[in-house]
Design a binder for this molecule. Structure first.
Ligand code: C2E
Ligand code: MG
Ligand code: MG
Ligand code: MG
Length: 283
């Protein structure tokens, strides 16, 4: 039975086999333990300014290295966390680590004061009061400027409690955080809902970036998304740029920001700091 999560479709129980349900039960137990032990790590992927080839920001991504099974894909454990109510704890662990990391770098004057870290927040979490408490706690604790933190949400963010979720986004914006709409175009979406979402950045889902190579540029969905973003006064971030050709194409479309394996995979803090300190030129 296929279950639908905020991040897309995945199979939790492929068959009703007892072994497999036991396995996922173990995974849930292990995830709880990992959270208790704060064993969820953070990887950082640079977001590149496509006009000058420099790092414009970082996206923080949860990373779970299971003691016996090795790295578990976020697609698997984030969905599991959403179903079991653990997601707000994971989001918080990531937020806390990323903010403390940035604060430490700032304190040692290793990074520009305006470097921002983007945090992925689950639709379920956005519909809870805890998110605001967490953000306020982190800002208070780290003394970071709200502009140093960004929140990434997906289109499905308003399925749980539309009015509450939208008001939460508004409050976050009033606090000074910038907001990004992640994976745009991937799930159902209505343009009228989009219009109601107070977001500053629109991230084109990687499937459309990669699909650019097979279509005339002007007719591409990516071009359509760029136009929608312009109309709504949002900045566009192209996700999943894997080749220099894709980079050329998204630049031709007018995307000013981008991320993807072509520049860098998500990496641990030390390797990320090295990129920042080198003032690495990405193209
Ligand atoms: P996302 O927020 O859209 O993050 C981008 C995903 O695309 C990451 O996968 C990243 O490794 C991958 N990616 C980046 N560049 C490329 C590329 O050039 N090619 C390809 N094929 N992939 C690329 P990852 O780390 O597996 O994360 C998957 C999703 O899990 C994220 O998608 C996000 O929705 C969710 N996630 C990750 N961390 C968190 C978290 O702390 N909280 C919540 N709620 N969700 C998270
Ligand atoms: Mg994201
Ligand atoms: Mg994305
Ligand atoms: Mg995603």
């Amino acid at each position: 039975q296929a279950k639908l999560s905020g991040q897309g479709r995945y199979q939790l129980f492929e068959t009703s086999s007892r072994d497999e349900s036991l396995q996922s039960l173990n995974l849930e137990t292990d995830l709880r333990t990992a959270i208790e032990q704060q064993a969820i790590a953070v990887l950082y992927q640079p977001i590149i300014n496509l006009q000058n080839g420099q790092i414009a920001g970082l996206e923080a991504l949860a990373h779970w290295h299971h003691p016996t099974q090795g790295a578990i894909q976020p697609g698997v454990f984030i969905s599991l966390a959403e179903e079991t109510g653990l997601i707000s704890e994971i989001d918080f662990l990531v937020m806390k680590q990323a903010a403390q990391q940035l604060q430490a770098w700032q304190k040692q004057q290793l990074v520009d004061a305006d470097l921002s870290v983007s945090l992925n927040i689950s639709p379920k979490h956005l519909a809870q009061n805890t998110l605001l408490r967490q953000v306020d706690y982190i800002l208070e604790e780290t003394k970071l400027s709200p502009q140093n933190l960004r929140v990434e949400i997906t289109e499905s963010s308003i399925v749980f409690d539309t009015e509450f979720s939208i008001s939460m986004l508004q409050v976050l914006q009033e606090r000074g955080l910038k907001l990004s709409l992640d994976d745009f175009g991937r799930s159902y979406s209505s343009l009228s809902a989009l219009q109601r979402l107070p977001v500053n950045f629109l991230k084109i889902d990687q499937s459309f970036v990669q699909g650019l190579e097979n279509q005339p540029l002007d007719d591409s969905i990516a071009a359509l998304i760029v136009n929608i973003a312009r109309t709504m006064h949002m900045e566009v971030i192209a996700e999943g740029i894997e080749t220099s050709h894709q980079l050329t194409l998204v630049r031709e479309l007018g995307c000013k920001l981008g991320q993807g394996y072509f520049f860098s995979k998500p990496q641990a803090a030390e390797a990320t700091l090295a990129l920042l300190r080198e003032k690495q030129q990405f193209f």
